[in-house]
Design a binder for this molecule. Structure first.
Ligand SMILES: [Zn+2]
Length: 199
């Protein structure tokens, strides 16, 4: 039996609590989606050390041995998506996205374009846009960043823990696998991040 307590922490023999208030930033009122990440570290402890002094992080972390940690309350917002989101319309329908404002933005140079696209997207509501920090939970999988396009492969034990955790979150927040995204789908990240995660 797994329950969500009043603090936003899951109570389950399969989830360990390592909560870091340093990575919690205000209330998270609605959970509509999940974003999968990789830590770019080889151990969970390295990420926990970074959480202690940093401000970016995610709600859960899955270690290489499949152990699941909850690192932030599900009632609190974490900075895990990044500042600028991509356009869901343009990513899904690159040739038929009928948004005149986006069409104009596409003509801009890279830096101006990504800012303008983010501005346009933030006026929309999920699922018309990708998830943002204020409506999503983040899950980190421990794994190193190898080069421009690759991260360490997600292990099969990590994948089975991920599936278990996702099912719990789907049931708790009435969402589904269509609401689960890899970080680089949503914002401008190394394309290999969480690429080998299966769910
Ligand atoms: Zn990430």
């Amino acid at each position: 039996m797994t329950t969500l307590n009043s603090e936003g922490m899951f109570v389950s023999p399969s989830i360990r609590h390592r909560r870091f208030h340093t990575i919690e930033h205000g209330k998270l009122d609605a959970i509509k989606a999940i974003v999968l990440h990789q830590t770019d570290s080889s151990t969970a402890e390295a990420t926990f050390n970074a959480y202690q002094s940093g401000s970016n992080g995610a709600h859960f972390l899955i270690d290489t041995d499949g152990r699941i940690y909850q690192t932030a309350s599900a009632h609190k917002r974490c900075y895990h998506v990044g500042r600028l989101i991509k356009s869901r319309c343009l990513e899904i329908k690159p040739f038929s996205c009928a948004d005149a404002e986006l069409a104009k933005a596409k003509a801009l140079r890279w830096a101006a374009r990504v800012k303008e696209i983010d501005k346009i997207e933030r006026t929309k509501k999920y699922p018309d846009r990708f998830p943002v920090n204020s409506d999503s939970l983040g899950i980190e999988l421990v794994g190193r960043h190898i080069n421009d396009t690759t991260y360490e492969a997600v292990s099969s034990t990590q994948s089975s823990s991920l599936r278990w955790l996702l099912n719990l979150l789907y049931q708790t927040f009435t969402i589904g696998s269509d609401d689960t995204f890899r970080h680089p789908q949503v914002s401008y990240k190394n394309p290999g991040e969480a690429a080998s995660a299966k769910w």
